[in-house]
Design a protein around this ligand. Structure first.
Ligand code: PMP
Length: 410
């Protein structure tokens, strides 16, 4: 039993958790990839399409006004949830990846030039690596990497040596999707900011799982995805400091993002709409608002406590198996609800396939962190990742599945 959350009540809100896979109860442990959705979120989608589906912002009819109000209300909810000073700092994108690309194009192309430097970490998801590699290649800039320690934390001893007068940006994950490591982002952002370096935090694995106040983190940009925090796919958020958004040129051009257009040119819409060209993902943004309500009602401190409990239990049980290699920090307080491991000489895909036959959904592979896998000296890992509806019983099913995998390949 969790001491922080009423998991039985939570589970009853998630219709998918009632299904079976290969005749076994579904044990969904792939939450770092995407979370499941509660009835409340699914209902919000259906309600929108059944009762007030309309395009937003320009409509002169009731449906359009209702849809606009609901869409903008979702933005207000997000702003409150993340501690943004105002909803003008909240830009809706398709996902974390698009949010980071928005910054790489709209800020990066204007502010990074030949000979400039960007600092990243060795634990980047490809989403926070490729856009900067593309920018660096285009501009003739250089990327430096904060290395990882054998424990899977960041090597911060020589952090100051990585900065130079040419450093323009520091971008890094709040929580690693492969190692689970929670990085001391406040401290690192402060080091960058005092040198006048712009900062971006990839919060895809943090915002869903712990209380995050973007102003306390202090970064200029903070990106995350709705689909990993009970919301629908197709919605991401870019939080940005208002002054930066004001300075930046638009990312995409078209409808919505303009104020006045002539044959000669155009002026841009107010924030945040300047960065939301075209018809946005109205239904999914509104349903994301319901996901935020759901998490708010649980309390993010409780979400975090629950995940620490389940993760601690999973780490203990995995350590009890012979021949398991665990990656990331030992202390569950220093990690999110992500447990990456290898099991004997079994290929992670084989582990994943056998577990699937037991109804257990995990992820196997490089988790979009190929360079990190190279640092770890592996081609991939098996990864179990937890959320609000997971239980210790489900961890037990995972362990039984692993024992079966070992017997199968003996
Ligand atoms: N960064 C991290 C740390 C992630 O875990 C993910 C999703 N796996 C992403 C970025 C990309 O998120 P999305 O696919 O929603 O753009």
């Amino acid at each position: 039993m969790s001491s922080a959350l009423d998991v039985n009540a939570i589970r009853s809100d998630f219709p998918i958790l009632e299904r079976e896979v290969y005749g076994k109860r579904l044990v969904y442990l792939d939450n770092a990839a995407t979370s499941q959705k509660p009835r409340q979120v699914i209902d919000a989608l259906v309600r929108y399409y059944e009762t007030y589906n309309a395009n937003i912002h320009r409509a002169v009819h009731a449906l359009g006004e209702e849809a606009t109000a609901a869409y903008e209300e979702a933005r207000e909810k997000v702003a409150r949830f993340i501690g943004a000073p105002s909803s003008e700092s909240v830009v809706f994108t398709r996902n974390t990846t698009e949010a980071i690309n928005l910054v790489a194009y709209a800020w990066g192309r204007a502010n990074v030039g030949e000979g400039d430097e960007i600092i990243l970490t060795q634990m980047e998801h490809h989403s926070n690596l490729i856009p900067w590699q593309q920018l660096a290649a285009e501009k003739g800039a250089t990327i430096r990497y904060i290395e990882i320690t054998p424990e899977g934390t960041l090597e911060l001893g020589n952090l100051s040596a990585l900065f130079s007068p040419r450093t323009k940006l520091l971008a890094m994950p709040h929580v690693s999707n492969s190692l689970g490591t929670i990085n001391p982002v406040e401290e690192i952002v402060a080091e960058a900011s005092k040198r006048g370096v712009t900062t971006l935090i990839d919060g895809a694995q943090a915002m869903p799982h712990m209380p995050v106040d973007v102003q306390a983190v202090g970064a200029d940009f903070y990106a995350f995805s709705a689909h990993k925090m009970l919301g629908p796919t197709g919605v991401g958020v870019l939080y940005a400091r208002r002054e930066l958004l004001e300075e930046m040129a638009p990312f995409l051009g078209g409808g919505e993002m303009i104020l006045k257009v002539t044959f000669e040119g155009a002026t841009w819409n107010d924030l945040p709409w300047k960065f939301e060209a075209g018809t946005p993902n109205i239904a999914d943004v509104i349903a994301f608002g319901s996901a935020i309500d759901y998490l708010d009602a649980l309390g993010m401190d409780n979400v975090r406590r629950h995940e620490v409990e389940v993760t601690a239990y999973a780490l203990d049980r995995l350590r009890g198996l012979d021949d398991v290699t665990l990656y990331g920090p030992d202390d569950p307080e220093q990690r999110g609800g992500v447990v990456s491991f290898n099991f004997g000489d079994l290929h992670p895909h084989d582990v994943g396939t056998i577990l699937d036959r037991h109804g257990v959904a995990i992820r196997a592979g490089h988790h979009c962190t190929q360079p990190l896998m190279r640092c770890l000296g592996v081609t991939g890992t098996a990864r179990a990742s937890f959320y609000i509806y997971n239980t210790q019983d489900e961890v037990d099913v995972l362990i039984e599945g692993l024992k079966a995998a070992r017997d199968f390949f003996k």
